[in-house]
Structures are given as C-alpha cells and as structure tokens.
Design a protein around this ligand. Structure first.
Ligand code: NAI
Ligand code: MG
Length: 496
C-alpha cells in the first residue's frame, strides 16, 4: 500500500500518498521500513509512511541521473518553465488541502499555512519564468577568437529540507533547480513528510518526465547522509541546523566534492530606536519572534530597544505577546500552534529552564501551555547578559530576549555579536539611521520597520555561520548552474 485515506478538519477526506516518489511512481522502500508521522497538536500518530534507506537513495539518484542525461536534457527551457508554471497552478488549485496537511503534520496555524502554500505557488511560477532567461555572455578578447559562456545545469541535485516550512522549503529548492535544467532527489524532514508527498502527486499531474523530481521520506542520519556522501550526486543543498550543515560539507568533501549550499540557523537582532513608530515596532517585533512558533531560521530572537523607550516598549510588548492566540492550528483566530515535535519541545523547555537558572527574568510566558500537544507560551526574557546561552544560541521556539542599548554604535556592536548572520531588523523613522545601521549589520537580509518580509524575488541567505549561497531571486540561479567557457579560434593562422 502506498497511500491511505486521511481527514483534516479543514479539507475533509483525502488520499494521502505514503510511498517514496521515485521515477514518477510511488513505491515502497527496498527494506520495507516505515515510520510514524505524529500530529503535534495531540501527540497521536496520523499514519505511517515508507522510509528511504541508502538503497532507495541509490535508486532515486539513478533515476535522476537517467532523466538528466536523457529526456530532461532534450527538453527546451521553455518547456521546463511550463512544467513549473503548471505545478504552481496545481498548488493554487489544491491550496486548501495542502495548507490543511501542513497544519495537521507541522502544527502551524491554518491561516499561516495558506500563506505558505500561496508563496510556494509564487516561487514555482517565478522560477518557471526564469527557465528560458538563463543566458551566457559573448566575451571579446582578441580579434582572432570568438568566446562565449554558457550557464549549464549542475546535474543531479540532492536537496535536504527541514520541518519548519515543509512545503515552502520544497518549493524554494525545486524551483531554481528545475528552472536551470537539473534533476533532483529531495529528502523531506522526518517530522513532516506528508505535504511533500501530495506535492509529488502534483508533480506527476503537471507532466514532469519520470525521474526529474524524486521525493523521499526518511531520516537525516540514513537517507540524508547517503545523499550528502553520494558519489553520483553533483550538488547538495541543505536547510537546517548549523551542526548538520558542517556534516554535509564534510561528507561532500570526503566523497566527490559535490557543490554545497547551506541555509543554516540564526540569532537575529531586532533593533528598535527611540524615534521608531512604537505601535508598528511592537507589531513587527512580536511577529518577528512569534511567527511560526519561533521556528524560523530568521526569527528576531534578540530584541534591543533604545533606553529612553525601553520600559514603555517592554510593557506594551508583553501585553501584545500575551494576546497572541495559542492553540488548535485549525482555529480561525489561532496565531501560534504547537512546536513540531517532542524533541523540539524538550529542547525549547530546557533553554527556558537554562534562562531562568542563569538569572534572566521571565516577563511573560515561560511555561508549557495545556497538557496535551507541544504548546509553549510566548516567552520574553529580560535581565539578560550577552554571554548567556539564551542570547547566543538558536532556541527555535517562541522565546526571545530583550535588552536596552544607548547609542547607534552600541546597537551595531551587539547586533553583530553572535556567530550567525542570517537576518536583522532596524526600526526607526530616521532614514540615515536606517541606512547606516543596515549597512553595518553583518546579515544576509535587513528589514527596516518590518520583519519576516520574505518574497521569492528577493535573495535570502546567510553571512558568517548562517550559510553559504543564496536562495530565491535571480541569485539562486547561481547555486544551480555552472559556467562553461567556449573559446573558438578564428581564421587559419598556424599556432607557434
Ligand atoms: P536538522 O538539521 O537535524 O534537520 C534538518 C534536515 O536535515 C532534516 O531533513 C534531517 O533529516 C536532515 N539531517 C539530519 N541529520 C543529517 C545528516 N547527518 N546528514 C544529512 N541530513 C541530515 O535539524 P533538527 O534536528 O530538526 O532541528 C535542530 C535545530 O536545528 C533546531 O532547533 C534549529 O535550531 C535548527 N533548525 C534550523 C532550521 C532552519 O530553517 N535553518 C530548520 C530546522 C532546524
Ligand atoms: Mg508531524
């Protein structure tokens, strides 16, 4: 059996594929293994899916290789674009279903899940548009040569994605890889395999040739590691923890030196100057940390407020955070659902305990919410010092620290004082402050008077230990192409 009947409160009954999607078909794993998929709202088993081991990775990579060297190479760029646009249309037609599966499996609020799916469609369509606009150059050197460059696909791309945005990360990875003419083997996170399997069915419906997109459910240490060290995978793209990012690089170095792009963690500063519009700043600071239950690589987890407005800001931020509706992801007003898994829940709670022990003050939250499901109260810590673990390490939950700063120079210094550099924000009504501080922050994205404003046209990725390479925008095409130089000697002059 490679599918089951499931039901969500939002979309009713549906057919959920459970197989591995290899060479255009849903199949069982070679070893016949399955693993359970958990609903984080009630900790119950939703269903089981087939698990990919090394052997299945080999089969999927062989399918991707065959497609890459065969039919996919012969498709026109225009046709690649059409497939992606068709897939985007299918995402939109199935928006309610896909969003409901995200809420069921990941726990994210249905209103937010719908935004995610809409963004997936936007991303896939955008890269569909790029497919026939990937161009080289003619480069004049001497009169007796004709030189040009081509941007060729890299080949078989292994892609390993996390559970915090199961479908959006899928679209961010698939879109540019396919637009550039690669084939892919993508492994979803073991916590959230369901939505990508439905997306795989849409891949088939969109008419992609078999083997171009292969989707595997499985564990990081087994299927993920097999992709990273595979001798016939030409490139690996990874989103997840910094610890695993390092392992991926090592595996690439120790195997075939496959190209590596990494989108890793963050500990992003959200800086509020005294001249900011305070209502706006509070909304965006709240959204910056508590959106997606704090499970965002770019979460604004370190809040810094200029001292003259610190007390007022903190008071109002506390009030705002305690009004966030935490509960059933399918509730129409819900803003925050459960954390994704027991492991993540325990990890976050241990950070909260660590914060309390180290002398930080809980301004609001700090406890589990309810008795069932992995719910955690939105939590704000004050009285923090820069050396505390809760200020330096990524918590990946609804937990932030807040501290004051005096001058612009202080804000820049503490903003840059972690090993990460994914994102940052500045809230101010002074244009010079906005530009000066944005320029000085070592981060891949800086928002001004906003937070988490991601868009498929805008490159996203990390400075420092937050990553290598950029996703989204035109920049992502560089991750999935390699430049070939062709140099033609003209005329008949003899060499030497
Ligand atoms: P993780 O880095 O272990 O998992 C992310 C993906 O990598 C999953 O698909 C997993 O199966 C795979 N993976 C794990 N070990 C692997 C290995 N040895 N080789 C190849 N693939 C492997 O992250 P995890 O354990 O789910 O979360 C731990 C922490 O990582 C979080 O608390 C958070 O701080 C960070 N994280 C950051 C994300 C981001 O968006 N940058 C997303 C998820 C987690
Ligand atoms: Mg789950």
């Amino acid at each position: 059996m490679t599918s089951v009947q499931l039901e969500t409160p939002h979309s009713g009954k549906y057919e959920q594929p459970t197989g591995l999607f290899i060479n255009g078909e849903f199949v069982k794993g070679v070893d016949g293994k399955t693993f359970e998929v958990i609903n984080p709202s009630n900790e119950k088993v939703i269903t089981s899916v087939h698990e990919a081991t090394e052997k299945d990775v080999d089969i999927a990579v062989a399918a991707a290789r065959k497609a890459f060297e065969g039919p996919w190479r012969k498709e026109t760029p225009e046709q690649r674009g059409k497939y992606l646009v068709k897939l985007a249309d299918l995402f939109e037609q199935n928006l309610d279903l896909l969003a409901a599966i995200e809420s069921l499996d990941n726990g994210k609020a249905i209103s937010m899940a719908k935004v995610d799916v809409g963004m997936c469609a936007g991303c896939l369509r955008y890269y569909g548009g790029w497919a026939d606009k990937i161009e080289g150059k003619v480069i004049d050197t001497t009169p007796d040569t004709f030189n040009y460059t081509k941007k060729e696909p890299i080949g078989v791309c292994g892609q390993i994605i996390p559970w915090n945005f199961p479908l959006l990360m899928w679209a961010w990875k698939i879109g540019p890889a396919i637009a550039c003419g690669n084939t892919v083997v993508i492994k979803t996170a073991e916590q959230t395999p369901l939505s990508a399997l439905v997306a795989a069915r849409l891949v088939k419906e969109a008419g992609f040739p078999p083997g171009v997109i292969n989707v595997l459910s499985g564990f990081g240490k087994i299927a993920g590691a097999a992709i990273a060290s595979h001798m016939d995978v030409d490139k690996v793209a990874f989103t997840g923890s910094t610890v695993v990012g390092r392992q991926i690089m090592k595996a690439a170095a120790g195997s075939n030196l496959k190209k590596v792009t990494l989108e890793l963690g963050g500990k992003s500063p959200n800086i509020v100057f005294e001249d900011a519009d305070i209502d706006n700043a509070i909304s965006w600071v709240n959204f910056g940390i508590f959106f997606n239950h704090g499970q965002c690589c770019c979460a604004g987890s370190r809040v810094y407020v200029q001292e003259s407005i610190y007390d007022t800001f903190l008071q109002r931020f506390k009030e705002r955070a305690s009004k966030n509706v935490v509960g059933d992801p399918f509730g129409a007003d819900t803003f925050q659902g459960p954390q994704v898994s027991q492991v993540q829940f325990d990890r976050i709670m241990s950070y909260i305990e660590e914060g309390k022990k180290s002398g930080a003050k809980v301004e609001t939250g700090g406890e589990r919410k309810g008795k069932e499901g992995f719910f955690i109260e939105p939590t704000i810590f004050s009285n923090v010092t820069e050396d505390m673990k809760i200020v330096q390490e990524e918590i990946f939950g609804p937990v932030c620290s807040i501290a004051k700063f005096k001058t612009k120079e202080d804000a820049i210094r503490i903003g840059n004082s972690t090993t990460y550099g994914l994102a940052a924000a500045v809230h101010t009504s002074n244009l010079n402050t906005a530009i000066e501080v944005s320029n000085a922050l070592k981060a891949g994205t800086v928002w001004v008077n906003a937070y988490n404003m991601l868009h498929h046209q805008l490159p996203f990725g990390g400075f420092k230990e937050s990553g290598i390479g950029r996703e989204l925008g035109e920049a992502a095409l560089d991750n999935y192409t390699q430049v070939k130089t062709v140099s033609i000697r003209l005329g008949d002059a003899l060499f030497g």
